[in-house]
Design a protein around this ligand. Structure first.
Ligand code: BV8
Length: 248
C-alpha cells in the first residue's frame, strides 16, 4: 500500500495525534457495524426499540437481554490489527488520544490508554432512576436484569441512546483535543451520528491535518486532506510500516 509523502511526513512530525474511531474499526474483529452492509445492526434491530430511553422503558428486559447478548459476543472476540496499531502509536508518541464512538472497550483491550468514550461503555451499567453508574459484572452468567441496590429500580447499560446527551466531560475533553492536535485520523465512521460527527470538522477547522480511513466514501471525503480507501485492519499496519519503517 502506497501513501503520499505528505501523509508520512505529517505523521512522522506529529506531536499530538487524535485517533477518532467508529464501528468500522471493530468490524474486522467480528463486531457488526450499524449502518453498512447486510449484517449491520440497524438492518435487523430497530434503534427506536433498542437504542432509546422510550424503547427501554417499553421493553426493559428485551433491551437488557439484547445488550447482554452483545456483551457475551465481545467476550469471545478480540481487538484487531487496527486497535493494536493505535495502541502502539500511543507508546511511540507522547500525546496520542483515542476518541471513540464505540462501546466495546476494544481499544482498552488492545492496551490503549487516554480513551474518550463518547457513547459510554458496555463495561458499565447505571440505574434507570438515579443514574448512578456501576461496573457491569461480566462474570455473572445470568441474563436476569439486575436492580439498583440503592433504590431498587432497573439497571440499564451505561451507553448513550438516541435523544440522550453525550457525557459532557467526555465531549468537552474531545473538543479540546480537536483544537490542539497536529493530525486527526478518522477511522471507520459513517459520519451519520451527531454531535460526535462534528469533531473531525472541528479538528480540520482548527488546522489539523485530517486523514480518513474507510472502505467507503463519507461526507468527510471533501474535507479530509487524505482519504485512505480501505479496511482499518489493513491500512493501519501499512501506515505504521510506511511511517516508522518497521513492521508492528
Ligand atoms: C444527542 C448506542 C443531544 C450505543 C448509538 C433529533 C432529536 C435528538 C437528536 C437528534 C435529532 N436529530 C438528529 C439528532 C442527533 C442524533 C443523530 O445523530 N441521529 C442520526 C440518526 C441523524 N444523535 C443523538 O441522538 C445523540 N444525542 O444528539 O443528544 C440532544 C438530546 C435531546 C434532544 C436533542 C439533542 C446520541 C447519539 C448516540 C446514539 N447511540 N448507539 C450502542 O448501542 O452502540 S448510535 C451508534 O452510531 C453507535 O454509537 C455508533 O458508534 C454510532 C456511529 O456509527 P458508526 O460508528 O459510524 O458506525 P456505522 O455502522 O454507522 O458506520 C461504520 C463505518 O465503518 C462505515 O462508514 C463503513 O464504511 C466503515 N467500515 C466498515 N468496515 C470497515 C470500515 N471502516 C474501516 N475498516 C473496516 N473494516
Amino acid at each position: 500500500m502506497k501513501f503520499e509523502r505528505t501523509v508520512i511526513e505529517k505523521l512522522r512530525q506529529a506531536q499530538r495525534i487524535v485517533f477518532f474511531t467508529g464501528a468500522g474499526v471493530s468490524q474486522e474483529s467480528g463486531i457488526p457495524t450499524f449502518r453498512d452492509g447486510p449484517t449491520s445492526i440497524w438492518q435487523h434491530f430497530d434503534p427506536e426499540i433498542y437504542a432509546s430511553v422510550t424503547g427501554f422503558d417499553k421493553n426493559p428486559t428485551e433491551v437488557w437481554e439484547w445488550y447482554w447478548d452483545r456483551r457475551q459476543s465481545f467476550k469471545t472476540l478480540n481487538p484487531n490489527a487496527a486497535h493494536n496499531v493505535i495502541s502502539a502509536w500511543q507508546e511511540k508518541v507522547q500525546h496520542v488520544t483515542v476518541i471513540t464512538q464505540n462501546i466495546d472497550g476494544f481499544h482498552q483491550k488492545a492496551g490503549s490508554h487516554s480513551v474518550i468514550e463518547l457513547h459510554g461503555s458496555l463495561a458499565m451499567d447505571k440505574c434507570r432512576a438515579n443514574g448512578h453508574s456501576i461496573v457491569h459484572d461480566v462474570n455473572n452468567s445470568s441474563k436476569l436484569q439486575p436492580m439498583c441496590i440503592e433504590c431498587g429500580s432497573l439497571l440499564r447499560p451505561d451507553v448513550v441512546w438516541f435523544g440522550e446527551t453525550l457525557p459532557i466531560a467526555a465531549y468537552d475533553q474531545a473538543e479540546i483535543m480537536c483544537f490542539n492536535c497536529d493530525v486527526f485520523i478518522c477511522i471507520g465512521c459513517s459520519m451519520d451520528i451527531y454531535p460526535a460527527a462534528n469533531l473531525p470538522y472541528t479538528a480540520s477547522a482548527s488546522g489539523s491535518y485530517l486523514i480518513q480511513v474507510n472502505p467507503n466514501p463519507t461526507d468527510l471525503n471533501e474535507v479530509a486532506n487524505c482519504n485512505l480507501l480501505g479496511n482499518a485492519g489493513e491500512v493501519l499496519p501499512a501506515l505504521w510500516q510506511a511511517v516508522w519503517e518497521v513492521d508492528l
